[in-house]
Every structure is written in C-alpha cells, then in structure tokens.
Design a protein around this ligand. Sequence first.
Ligand SMILES: [Zn+2]
Ligand SMILES: [Zn+2]
Length: 232
Amino acid sequence: MRLFSDYHLHPQGHRLQPYSQKLLQPWADHARKIGLRDIALTDHDRYHHSVDFNEIERLRAANPDLKIRAGIELDNDPVHSEDGRRWVEKHWDRLDFVLGSVHFLRGDWAFDHAGEEAEFARRNIDEVYADYYERIRAMARSGLVDCLAHLDLVKIFGFRPTKNLGELLDAVLGEIRDANLAMELSTAGWRKPVGELYPSDEIIRARQRKKFRSLPRQMDIRTYNRGKISSD
Ligand SMILES: [Zn+2]
Ligand SMILES: [Zn+2]
C-alpha cells in the first residue's frame, strides 16, 4: 500500500517562523510531489505563537486537492509546555490533530538531542526507560492529544534496558487503548543511531493484540474522544 498521509510535519523547522503562504505552500507542493493526499501541520507547541489558523485556511483554499489538517505536537517541555497545554485547550475546536510526545526526562533532560549518548552512558538505563514511559502514560491520560508520537523514542541511541519491559509496556498500551488514542508510525528512527522504526515491531504487535474498545454506534473515534473530554 502506498503511503498517502503524513501527520508529523514541522513547517517552522524548530524555530519561530510565522505561518504565511510563503512558509507553508512548499510543504503542500512537496506533499503533492511525493503522492501524499492528507497532511497535518504539527509544529512543536513551543512555537505555537507562530501558528495562524487563517493562514492554514488560505493554504487549504489554494490546495483543494489536499486534505490539510491543523495540528500541533504537544510535548513535555518544562519551560513552554504549560503554556502549550493552555493553547491546545483554547484552540481545541480549531485543531484537527494533536500529537503527544515526550522529549524531556528527569532533570529537564532533552534526551534525544544529538550528543546525548554520553548522558545515556552515565545514567541507569532501566530508570531512564521507567521515567520515559511514566511520562508517556501521563501524556496519554492528559485528554489533550489524539495520537502518541514516536512511542519508543527513548531507544534513539540504541541503549536498551536490562530488565524485561513487557509488563510496563503492557500498562502503557492499555492506557493508550483505554484513552482511544492512535499510535504514530514514525520512520524518523531509521535515520537515527538506533536504525529502527518508532515504535518497534514488537510494540506494534502487542498493540494489535489488545482489543480496541467498541465505540457507540455511528460515532468516530475522534468525536467520541472529544465528546468525552468536553463532558469531563
Ligand atoms: Zn516532531
Ligand atoms: Zn517529537
């Protein structure tokens, strides 16, 4: 099957660049060129000040052949994400898609930046994994995301836990199932030292074994989730 969508795009390129047609149109052009029909703009929440829903509307009008979704990647940045969460709540109705991710671990450590192998080598890897998945669970429970991004990003540099994580992963996947969240398949891991898809085949298979909860009739998962959130 040909890939037709990409819901993890960072048009601002990890710095503040106000949304404009000049910034966004090349993303639509490239999507079309490689055969994508459905994309979500999901800059990190720390750059939300530059996201402009009117510019996204303009982009949609100029590219009627593409489905263009307004989104954000909400992570757990210790400095910015509190503001990011408020912004997501405020703009919930205009956001089609919210990715949830964990990029910071104990001690405000941005663990996935280049060069952080040294810090991995210093730390207790089992504790790093436990801390990571605890934060993933908190994100899954937040009620503010539709999908979890790069679920096992913690493996990025190839450091593996010494303990069997079966039980922990089972709890994580149960949480994701109970919250009816989607799980991103991210090829980014292929270009990182680990050289592996996020998440691993093992996690994908374990997720497939967990039954989905059945939804009320005639309701799609997103309507269901969002209805649940607004009534909480
Ligand atoms: Zn991202
Ligand atoms: Zn990310």
